[in-house]
Design a protein around this ligand. Structure first.
Ligand code: PLP
Length: 367
């Protein structure tokens, strides 16, 4: 791999393939794979990642919002795309780009049915999302009769799938709760299928669901974080590999005398002679202030260097005392060598937030 000359997020598509194959290997041969590529494919590059996954045989894609689905269509994605959180103001665009809405409330169902009728659609695929305990988005079990009334015999829409989302699939202390979600989902989907008179797809599992509750894979699974290399568990983190490496270089080196201060608000005071390096990325690139002031380390020529002082908008400073390095040397912020999950953990957050927070100012480089 070429050494960095600026701040870049390298995306390794071979590693993506490895993760995809690993997750696929957990499934029955006929189970469909929905690749979740919302939020720029978890901060990487949605177009490149989705095109690679499409070529590997991913059956379905999921995004959060309509504009993300439009970007995938423009990039050449021809497989079906589920929009997890469509808003009615975007229905026209959704239809124009053949995106499939998740319908999660009676209000949204009403609006979509009226819209579909006005547009004269035929069997437009919609996905019914049920709340089985997350209490975020989704119909309640009691809504099934009203849903059936609205859509039975209506040829403008057709239920493509019935799904729900697990609240704590990664948490081994919450097995009971997860099992109750699975049981509720079973009940709801059985009732709906009976009343509809046909078989929409069923899907429930996210990445940790695949890893921990594989017997509930139904017709399809929805995986995001696993594709990007994280299993929310040390055991699975060994099998999956991070696809993204955030790299930068040393812009300048400073030698501090004892009692000199560094950075805004003089947050760092050198106890002794210290050498610091300034790096060209800051909170505007996704390295939040919480990572500063000694909380987090990066890698300089294979050695750990602590982020010191306050994180600035466009820069961070690291302590390289005793580390052989010079201006222009490469620095790894996170990647396979330095887990984004551990990096995030130093600031009490999770890999999902760190990855999706790498701002669009950072150049993406496909390798
Ligand atoms: C984001 C999301 C997923 C993917 O979850 P991972 O933990 O990243 O695998 C699956 N389903 C829904 C409804 C989501 O919102």
């Amino acid at each position: 791999m070429a050494k960095a000359k600026e701040t870049v997020l390298e995306i390794n598509l071979n590693t993506l393939e490895h993760n995809y194959n690993y997750l696929r290997s957990k499934l029955m041969p006929n189970t469909m794979f929905m690749a979740v590529v919302k939020a720029f494919a978890y901060g990487s590059d949605a177009a490149k990642v989705a095109m690679k996954l499409q070529s590997l045989g991913a059956d379905y894609f999921a995004v959060a919002y309509v504009n993300e689905g439009v970007a995938l269509r423009k990039a050449g994605i021809t497989k079906p795309i589920l929009v997890l959180h469509p808003l009615s103001v975007n229905f026209n665009t959704l239809l124009k780009y053949c995106l499939e809405p998740s319908i999660y409330s009676l209000n949204l169902l009403n609006q979509f049915v009226i819209f579909a009728k006005k547009k004269g659609t035929q069997d437009y695929p919609v996905h019914l999302k049920f709340n089985t305990g997350l209490n975020r988005l989704g119909f309640k079990m009691e809504d099934t009769d009203t849903i059936i009334e609205k859509i039975k015999g209506n040829n403008h829409v057709k239920v493509a799938s019935i799904f729900s989302h697990l609240a704590a699939s990664e948490d081994t202390n919450e097995v009971k709760f997860t099992e109750s979600q699975i049981a509720t989902y079973e009940k709801i989907s059985a009732k709906l299928i009976e009343k509809l008179g046909y078989y929409p797809l069923r899907h429930l599992l996210n990445t940790s669901g695949i890893l921990n509750y594989i017997t509930s894979q139904y017709d399809m699974v929805r995986s995001g974080i696993g594709l990007y290399g994280f299993g929310n568990d040390p055991t699975y983190d060994k099998e999956l590999k991070p696809i993204a490496t955030l790299k930068t270089i040393i812009s300048q080196i400073h030698n501090l005398e004892p009692n000199e201060s560094l950075g805004y608000n003089r947050a760092f005071i050198s106890d002794t002679y210290r050498t610091t390096a300034t790096l060209p990325l800051g909170h505007a690139d996704g390295i939040g202030r919480q990572y500063g002031n000694g909380n987090t380390v990066v890698l300089v020529n294979g050695q750990k260097a602590t982020i010191v002082g306050n994180v600035c908008m466009d820069m961070i400073m690291i302590d390289v005392t005793g580390i052989a390095c010079k201006e222009g040397d490469e620095v790894i912020i996170f990647g396979p060598e330095l887990s984004a999950s551990e990096f995030a953990g130093t600031a009490n957050t999770i890999s999902y937030e760190l990855l999706t927070g790498v701002s669009q100012r950072v150049k993406r480089l496909i390798v």
